[in-house]
Ligand binder design. Sequence first.
Ligand code: MF3
Ligand code: CO
Length: 271
Amino acid sequence: MIAIRTSREIGLLRDANQIVAEVLTALAGMVRPGVTTGELDAAAEAMMLQRKARPAFKGYHGYPASTCISVDEVVVHGIPGKRVLEPGQIVSMDVGVQYRGYYGDAAVTVACGEIDEDRQRLLDTTDWALSEAVHAAREGNFVRDIGRAVQRVCEAQGYGVVRDFVGHGIGTEMHEAPQVPNFDVGGAGPRLKAGMVVAIEPMVNMGGYQVKVLADGWTAVTADGKPSAHFEHSVVVRESGGEILSGAAWPVWGRRGPWPGSLPGNNEKTV
Ligand code: MF3
Ligand code: CO
């Protein structure tokens, strides 16, 4: 069953997701060469507790930290620690909280210092794919339309869209029905109705879509070692498209495609 949330519940989900957005905005401002991923995690946890929010990832299936910080070839679920950020890396930061019984979950990938054009293009394209996917999260569409939007944008660039991890419903649990894949699973699948709330989170690889999980049981890396980007918003399904609950006060997210000259005839919205 996929929950339809009342406006009161959506208000609570917005509160939780706005805490996530504030934390991510602060973290994005802290990313620079020399900072450790553990320092970012500690700052994030302090901000959550200050706002009376519980770090939702900590202890989740035994996960040991309050954030996931995934550098370059790490796709998702990088465990923060002693790793020192270096110039030229891309850093995905994923934050989740529980606040007054409701969950917030979002992620953003940012540059550490100057990055090369290939990495910049991966970030821009993945963020653009998320915005297309949010637009597809509207009443009457199917869940599969969200993944189709991601795939259409990213595969046109030759990128690999990760299949082993998916987005999800979010509400009084961090992970609820439905699963929200970033690729087209085929079949009809569930239809989207106004008031459903989903976390949409494209994970996009510069190379192939295949990933593997390291011996720590968490860290997911690209099989070919090439960089990967990850953006996530929690959104309410509305008649005209998804309404973002985890929007930031300034555009940590919000790059728009298409990359100049890259996608002839392939960027019209489906109406
Ligand atoms: N943000 C992740 C998600 O969207 C959850 C991180 S896994 C955890 O599903 F174990 F760290 F919580
Ligand atoms: Co999520």
